[in-house]
Each structure stands twice: as C-alpha cells, then as structure tokens.
Write a protein that binds this ligand. Structure first.
Ligand code: FES
Length: 246
C-alpha cells in the first residue's frame, strides 16, 4: 500500500458559513502526483462536495492557482513529495473574495485587463494579405511578458494589491508592457493614461513578490520599474521640448 499524506483543505460556503473551516483528507503519496492530483483524488473518491478550479493540468491555463503551505502556487505544478511530510495546507488564493472552498472570484482583474488594451494597436492596418514582420531580436524584447497565463498568483502575492484594490496590479501592467515592447504595436501612447495614473505603475513599491510568485518566469516587477522610467522620460520631454518636436 502506498504511503499516505494529509491535505488540510479550507472549506467555505459564504452563503452558509460565518467562517472558513479546514478539513483533513488522507490521500496516497505518489511520486508523480501534484497537489491537484490529490484534490482530484478527494473529489473522485472521498468527498465530491469539494470545489476548486483546474483545466489543463500542465501549467498552461492558469486556473489551478491556490495557496499551498502559505505560498501562491499552481497546484498542478506543485508536487506532493516536495511538500512532505505534511499535512499540506491548501487554501484559496489570498486577496480575492471566495466563492466556495478553493474557488475565488477574479472579476476585478477581468475588468481591469481591457483598460490596458492588451492587443496590437496599429495607426493604420496593413492589407489583409500582408504580414507584420519581426526579427528574433524584436521578439526577444517582449517574449517573457507574453508567457503570462493570468493565473493571479502575482495578485495574491502582492502586498500593494492586498491594501489597495484600485491598483491595476502586476499581470495587467506586465501585459501592457508585452504590447508596448512589441515592434508591431503603435499603441503605447493610448496605454499611457491608464498606466501612469496613480493606481497604475506609481502604486507599485517594488516589493518584487509578484516576480517571485510567477510560475512562468515573467518579471512583472521589472516591467513596472522599466515603465516608470519610460513614463518619467515622457514627462520630462513634454516639459522640456517645444510642442511638435517631441
Ligand atoms: Fe492549468 Fe494548472 S490546471 S495551469
């Protein structure tokens, strides 16, 4: 018989419960199992009432983010063996309202994301049968920011977002930079108002927890600092240079 390990899982039904509680489940400790496999074992064999999100099981969809032993993690990429001997605490992502058990409500991010216009903006569209060509070096400029999977681990880790829900947040700003740095894009001026507002880049105090938490190697903290420099230079140019020469 396989060794066992305990998952200590947060249970919460806001419509019925006044406070979250925890429930322990003993599951097989299998070498190839991630925390998500343990949750699936609970759902399939021990307790079908447990609620959580997942989809791809391969670190792509970004839906399985939870707090594991106090850290924001993708549960499909966090192995039970690495958390042994347990019990392994599995809680919902912090900084978001809980809908049920381990499922959080991310509508705040979904409303903020379109504000930074995360798509290629062109002053004039090329004809439908032409392409916007790009060199490998130009791709390298923004490639790491394109790896974001919107998993919300960075928002869960961010102490500024914990205190100020108006803060645009790490992923939205990193995704804006992904397009600002894209040689095919001409929309950086359109993103400037939102990014350089008080709730944009200037709210970030460069704690860097977002970059530490990111499971895809994106550096949102670096993107924000880089954009602060760009915004400061733009302000300086606007102050020093006569209109029409900027
Ligand atoms: Fe898709 Fe984990 S299930 S990222």
């Amino acid at each position: 018989m396989a060794d066992l390990i305990t998952l200590r899982v947060t249970r919460y039904r806001p419509e019925n419960d006044t406070e979250p509680t925890t429930q322990d489940y003993e599951i097989p400790l299998r070498k190839e199992w991630a925390v998500l496999d343990g949750l699936n074992h609970i759902k399939d064999h021990l307790d079908g009432t447990l609620s959580y999100r997942w989809s791809c099981r391969m670190g792509i969809c970004g839906s399985c983010g939870m707090t594991v032993n106090g850290e924001p993690r993708l549960t499909c990429a966090t192995f039970l063996e690495d958390c042994a001997p347990g019990p392994i605490r599995v809680e919902p992502l912090r900084n978001f309202p809980v809908i049920r058990d381990l499922v959080v409500e991310i509508g705040d991010f979904m409303r903020k994301l379109p504000q930074v216009k995360p798509w290629v903006i062109r002053e004039e569209e090329a004809s439908i049968d032409s392409e916007y060509l790009q060199t490998p070096a130009e791709l390298d400029q923004y490639k790491q920011f394109s790896m974001c999977i919107n998993c919300m681990l960075c928002y869960s880790a961010c102490p500024v977002y914990a205190l100020d829900k108006d803060f645009l947040g790490p992923a939205a700003i990193a995704l804006a930079q992904r397009y600002n740095l894209d040689s095919r894009d001409q929309g950086s001026a359109e993103r400037m108002d939102v990014l350089s507002a008080a709730e944009g880049i200037w709210s970030c105090t460069f704690v860097g927890e977002c970059t530490t938490a990111c499971p895809k190697g994106v550096d949102p903290a670096g993107a924000i600092q880089r954009y602060k420099f760009t915004a400061a230079m733009e302000s300086l140019k606007a102050f020093l240079l006569p209109r029409g020469t900027r």
